[in-house]
Design a binder for this molecule. Structure first.
Ligand SMILES: [Zn+2]
Length: 191
């Protein structure tokens, strides 16, 4: 199990051994290995968010050495299935054919898009990129909100996130608000 502190929030992410083994199995250490990826599901035992399940890759994913496009229907089935088992969708993972991974521009854009479109109990999503070097050296764990990607450190060193990762207010409070700001996140507004 590896822990990552979430900024100054006092919360941390814990990756189970099963999840780490899953990442490890798909590291692109051989030249023929394509990018792989999937979704991350967690149980909340605050202040710890336990990442217990990593899904994928699936048959319907489009994969090459340098790209990964998930099967979105398969993803939705996973989200529904896991939810019924008490596991919450908290983010995604994929591999890169680089020794120490970091999110690409496309990754940053995709995740920001994903956060914007989703209703979620969290202020952000977790993005894991798995590089070629052994874990934890080769992996990059980030927390992403609508505009930014914050990289987390796997020690007790904290990244510079000021706010708490979980939110007691609904995400809709932040979404789709324009000139009509009533200050009531639960006003039943649809758009
Ligand atoms: Zn990527």
């Amino acid at each position: 199990m590896i822990f990552f502190d979430i900024g100054q929030s006092g919360q941390s992410l814990a990756f189970s051994d099963g999840v780490l083994k899953h990442f490890n199995r798909h590291r692109q250490t051989r030249f023929w290995q394509k990018e792989a990826g999937g979704l991350l599901f967690a149980r909340f035992e605050l202040p710890v968010i336990n990442i217990d399940v990593a899904t994928g890759p699936r048959r319907g994913d489009r994969r090459s050495r340098y790209s990964y496009w998930p099967d979105e229907r398969a993803e939705q089935r996973e989200i529904d299935d896991m939810f019924s088992r008490g596991l919450h969708f908290v983010g995604c993972w994929h591999t890169h054919p680089e020794d120490v991974a970091s999110p690409s521009h496309i990754d940053r854009r995709n995740i920001a898009d994903c956060v914007r479109r989703s209703y979620h109990a969290l202020n952000g999503f977790i993005m894991v990129v798995v590089g070629r070097n052994p874990i934890p050296v080769g992996i990059c764990v980030s927390v992403c909100d609508k505009s930014s990607v914050y990289e987390l450190a796997s020690s007790r060193k904290a990244a510079s996130i000021g706010s708490s990762f979980t939110s007691t207010s609904r995400r809709s409070a932040d979404l789709g608000r324009s000139s009509a700001d009533f200050g009531m996140p639960d006003s039943g507004q649809t758009s």
